[in-house]
Write a protein that binds this ligand. Structure first.
Ligand SMILES: [Mg+2]
Length: 232
């Protein structure tokens, strides 16, 4: 319920892929095609669980596991081609449920931000300028050194917004993003849009999708013992 969010938080930090947009099947298919060209078969769950980290780190790690040591030039080329394949099939625009939650949060006076491992050009390809303008802040991968699961991306957002991490709620769909949010000292809600709840257990709450945040009463005081605002 929005009153719960309003009482406990000053900012809602949204992950992009799998949260605001329905992009993961297209990312996975594009990666699998690139890896197939290298003679490597990568199960979709491995790719979904890698979500959130920078693309270069994912491809380097998975290639290395299969005995391939790629040069920087090869990595850049593969990432560019993966991006082109992704853009041939991926949908544009925010999911309706995300748009509804976002507008409700804005009306309630909460700050809203995107914190993503995606590059800015992908973000701008996916969301229209009208959609991007709905956010107080957008953090893409060029703006930090250490990506998720490091806390830097979420801490950077809190710092720029001028809001204590204790008053930030992160919405994530993948383990590395959850680890990043928790390491930043924030409360994290995971949604099961792309992965089963068993791999999202490090989140404080696991919900089916974003509409549950508005339709269900959630006792945030259970994860914020030091924050009197959330004691009921
Ligand atoms: Mg995600």
């Amino acid at each position: 319920m929005i009153e719960d969010l309003q009482r406990c938080f000053k900012a809602i930090l949204f992950d992009l892929d799998g949260v605001l947009i329905d992009s993961m099947p297209h990312h996975v298919a594009a990666w699998q095609r690139i890896f197939a060209e290298l003679g490597i078969e990568v199960p979709s769950e491995i790719l979904r669980r890698s979500e959130g980290e920078k693309a270069k780190i994912t491809i380097r790690r998975l290639a290395k596991q299969h005995g391939l040591d790629l040069t920087e030039t090869q990595l850049d080329d593969l990432i560019n081609r993966k991006r082109a394949i992704y853009r041939r099939s991926a949908p544009k625009g925010m999911r309706q449920v995300a748009y509804t939650l976002l507008q409700t949060c804005r009306t309630a006076g909460l700050k809203v931000a995107i914190v993503t491992g995606s590059v800015r050009s992908n973000l701008e390809w996916t969301l229209s300028s009208d959609e991007l303008q709905l956010f107080d802040l957008v953090i893409s991968s060029e703006q930090y050194q250490s990506g998720k699961p490091h806390p830097e991306p979420y801490l950077k957002a809190a710092n720029i917004l001028g809001i204590d991490p204790l008053h930030c709620l992160v919405i994530e769909n993948a383990p590395l993003g959850i680890q990043s949010a928790k390491a930043a000292g924030m409360t994290c809600v995971a949604i099961t849009t792309t992965l089963p709840p068993e791999v999202l257990k490090e989140a404080d709450f696991i919900l089916t999708d974003l509409d549950d945040l508005l339709n269900r009463k959630i006792d945030f005081s259970t994860v914020k013992p030091g924050d009197s605002q959330c004691r009921t």
